[in-house]
Design a protein around this ligand. Structure first.
Ligand SMILES: [Zn+2]
Ligand SMILES: [Zn+2]
Length: 341
């Protein structure tokens, strides 16, 4: 089969012929229609993840139909539609056994530790996928783990978002942000979306943002939008450049959740301010199978619609990466694998 292969950091993955993967033991092989391009893939290209094993098929956003199953697979059959986690959990540690497999220390991430999804067929295991309910389209299924499910993990499990609270989403025009606006709405929140791109403002209103503000002076604007109080939760998808303003945008008891591929620079924490206002800064990583199942359910009910900027072929990866790095995309970029052999 054709696959994009990363052989050297900082050199774009090139299309090569690769052996079709086969399924042994608990493994399954999935035939995909699409895979997503994540900002993490660009960071992987630049060597930012130390556990990357080269040469490697990048990509970790998986969905499709099972085309073969190993002899120990119990619940799944050929032909089943599934959506994958972005990693293979060990299945044995306290986190895996407690339903928090996103924290598994022995997890192997697709497109880093093992071959990933930039190919028509990808190998995973039974523990790392969720069945896709009827009525969910492929582009929703492919973003269920790394986009929608990751946001559910952050908003509901980590930031404990309650109905009627106000959420500020930074970087709202990005692949994560455009879906965070919708998930926050679906969970009953009022949503303020912040973007540095004027042309994305109307699109964010269309996705259900109650207010859209420019990325500068975030705290002042968040307060104006909340009668001077501030917001209950910030979904911080930008990181260092907006962190300080995001923290100041919080109401008493506010929670700031860091998700996605934030700029990983260090920040100063104003400790007295945080104590007096009872603030929390929370890291939130990836998603669990329960999050993915809930993401698929929100998609099935039409509450989260996939925001797809464009889809490209495996040969057009360079163009897609440049557009993402230049922030000229709105929502997710997909690789169309339907015609790839
Ligand atoms: Zn991703
Ligand atoms: Zn584990």
């Amino acid at each position: 089969m054709k696959a994009a292969v990363l052989r050297e950091f900082n050199v774009m993955p090139a299309v090569e012929d690769r052996e079709m993967p086969d399924a042994k033991g608990e493994e399954i092989v999935i035939r995909q229609t699409y895979t997503g391009i994540c900002y993490r893939d660009i960071l992987t290209l630049h060597g930012k993840f130390p556990r990357t094993n080269l040469p490697l098929v990048p990509g970790h956003e998986v969905s499709g139909r099972i085309v073969s199953v190993g002899e120990q697979v119990k619940e799944l059959r050929e032909g089943d539609r599934v959506s994958g986690l972005i990693y293979l959990p060990c299945g044995k540690c306290k986190f895996c056994l407690g339903g928090r497999e996103n924290l598994c220390r022995n997890k192997r991430t697709l497109g880093e530790a093992v071959d990933g999804s930039y190919a028509p067929c990808v190998r995973m295991n039974e523990r790392s996928v969720v069945r896709v309910p009827p009525g969910v389209d492929e582009s929703s299924a492919v973003i269920a783990a790394c986009v929608t499910g990751m946001i559910i993990q952050a908003l509901r499990n980590r930031a404990r978002l309650a109905e009627g609270e106000t959420v500020l989403v930074t970087g709202a025009g990005g692949g994560v942000g455009a879906h965070a606006v919708q998930v926050a709405r679906a969970l009953g929140a009022r949503v303020i979306a912040a973007t540095s791109s004027r042309w994305k403002e109307e699109k964010l209103h269309d996705l259900g943002a109650d207010a859209v503000v420019p990325s500068g002076n975030l705290s002042k604007q968040a307060k104006e939008e909340t009668g001077g109080e501030g917001v209950d939760v910030v979904i911080e998808t930008v990181g260092g450049p907006t962190f300080r303003e995001s923290l100041k945008a919080l109401n008493f008891g506010g929670r700031l959740a860091l998700i996605g591929n934030v700029d990983a620079s260090s920040v100063d924490l104003p400790l007295g301010y945080m104590i007096l206002k009872g603030l929390e800064v929370i890291g939130s990583v990836s998603s669990t199978r329960a999050d993915v199942a809930e993401a698929l359910e929100l998609s099935r009910r039409g509450m989260v619609k996939p925001v797809i900027d464009r889809s490209v072929t495996l040969e057009q990866l360079g163009e897609a990466y440049s557009a993402m790095e230049g922030r000229s995309t709105f929502g997710r970029v997909l690789i169309d694998l339907a015609g790839a052999e």
